[in-house]
Design a protein around this ligand. Structure first.
Ligand code: 5AD
Ligand code: SF4
Length: 435
């Protein structure tokens, strides 16, 4: 049997896609290996979201070609978003044997079989309807507690800075019956948490079924199964969804709600199609229904023409909301996007970096504040495994997605445990077991 090794970069969607790829290729007779040194086929499932994500992968391609030189027979494949964006030009490097875009994974067995030394293979056709609905992903997590379920693919939003609509194609939703079936299946195999994944879950729609309906259907699989989801779009997150979340104990009270900027002028230019006021109102609606709801976000510093005043608006919004956590980035121009075509990337790199650092510094303080707020409170956490720092302790997350560490006390992966928070850092709650 040929041994297959896959490295996964980028978002959770890519983790879920790698599980689909394993399912397709194991069925075709491959065997999974965790060691690149013994692999017959080496693949990278790639990300194009920022230039540095792609640079990292070019570095890996050079590592892979060292393996090819050393062992001859090895095939190297690039799949995912970077495959879709760069297409044939990836083959020109001479170091890649096959290239497959996100909608071409069903054809991987034939594509790989057709590779010859002088004939690399490529399939980057995007689809209007592929959702891999019938494929049972091979889970690659190590603890057997938490599974990703992809509920839709692609994106129709076309935010001006973003490459995703070009790499993942148009939005399409997966049949809810197959999603509920997958949730039942993982639950019956001992998983206790599922995360429903899509670029913009709020625009999920299959016939009459909205995302709020789907969330309720998955939550009703079992009260013992926790349900999470990502990512929400501020323009689409509905009162109906908030009401469904509030109505069910096993839907985790956490929303990842990327704001990108606090300046209306920037939001308009980014084509986000909401205003600062709208965003703040959505946050207020979430907190009215669920005062304890965790909120996290994404922020971009230094988008085209951003002024100090725009930047100050981002800081003041972050100060006002007090996010638990944020993913913060300097703007990276992506070829082919609306912004790359229309607006010069005119904020100097050192200004971007300074603004990003101010954002990171503020978020560090706000995050710590929100974690400190938890001291003295009790939470039900799902045990995910031993703590990385101290293996005699366990770790697991609260419903609001805050990481906790606590004494093992005879508990194991997959148990629900009640803990009381005694101390914290800006990323971890330090807890004791309640008696
Ligand atoms: N430059 C910087 N950050 C970006 N993101 C998306 N595109 C870009 C870009 N061109 C960020 C956004 C998005 C997250 C996944 O990545 O904040 O929400
Ligand atoms: Fe990266 Fe976006 Fe593709 Fe995910 S969808 S892998 S974040 S480019």
């Amino acid at each position: 049997m040929k041994k297959l090794y896959i490295e996964t970069y980028g978002c959770q969607m890519n983790v879920a896609d790698t599980e689909v790829i394993f399912s397709i290729l194991l069925k075709a007779g491959y065997e999974r290996t965790l060691s690149m040194d013994e692999a017959d086929v080496i693949m990278a499932n790639t990300c194009s979201i920022r230039d540095n994500a792609e640079q990292r992968i070019w570095g890996r391609i050079r590592e892979f070609s060292v393996q090819k030189k050393r062992r001859g027979e090895v095939l190297v494949g690039i799949v995912g978003c970077m495959a879709e964006r760069l297409k044939e030009s990836l083959l020109k490097s001479g170091e890649v044997d096959f290239v497959a875009g996100p909608d071409a994974y069903r054809h991987l067995p034939e594509l790989i079989a057709a590779v010859r030394p002088d004939s690399p293979q490529i399939d980057v056709l995007l689809s209007r309807d592929e959702t891999y609905a019938d494929i049972n992903p091979v889970r690659t997590d190590t603890n057997g507690v938490s599974a990703f379920i992809s509920i839709m693919r692609g994106c129709n939003n076309v935010c001006s800075y973003c490459v995703v609509p070009y790499t993942r194609g148009v939005e399409r939703s997966r049949d809810p019956k197959t999603i509920v079936r997958e949730a039942c299946d993982v639950f019956s195999r001992g998983y206790k948490e599922v995360t429903l994944l899509g670029q913009n879950v709020d625009s999920y729609r299959y016939g009459d079924v909205s995302f709020a309906d789907l969330l309720a259907m998955v939550a009703d699989v079992s009260p013992e199964l926790r349900v999470r989801f990502a990512t929400s779009h501020p323009k689409d997150i509905s009162d109906e969804l908030i009401a469904v979340m509030a109505s069910r104990e096993n839907i985790c009270r956490h929303i990842h709600l990327p704001v990108q900027s606090g300046s209306d002028r920037m939001l308009e230019k980014m084509r986000r199609r909401y205003t600062r006021e709208w965003y703040l109102e959505r946050v207020a609606a979430i907190r009215r229904a669920m005062p304890d709801c965790g909120l996290t976000t994404d922020v971009i510093a230094g988008f085209c023409s951003e002024t100090e005043e725009d930047h100050a608006d981002t800081l003041s919004l972050m100060d006002e909301v007090g996010f638990d956590w944020a993913f913060m980035f300097a703007y990276s121009e992506r070829p082919g996007t609306l912004a790359a075509r229309k607006y010069p990337d005119d904020v100097p790199p050192e200004v971007k970096t300074r603004r990003l650092n101010e954002i990171i510094e503020l978020q560090g303080r706000k995050g710590l504040e929100s974690y400190r707020h938890e001291i003295g409170r009790t939470h039900r956490v799902l045990v995910e495994g031993p703590s990385k720092r101290d293996p005699s302790q366990l770790c697991g997350r609260t419903g609001s997605n805050k990481m906790c560490v606590f004494p093992a006390g005879g508990h194991k992966c997959g148990d629900y445990v009640d803990v009381v928070v005694r101390d914290c850092t800006s990323a971890t709650l330090i807890c004791e077991l309640t008696i």
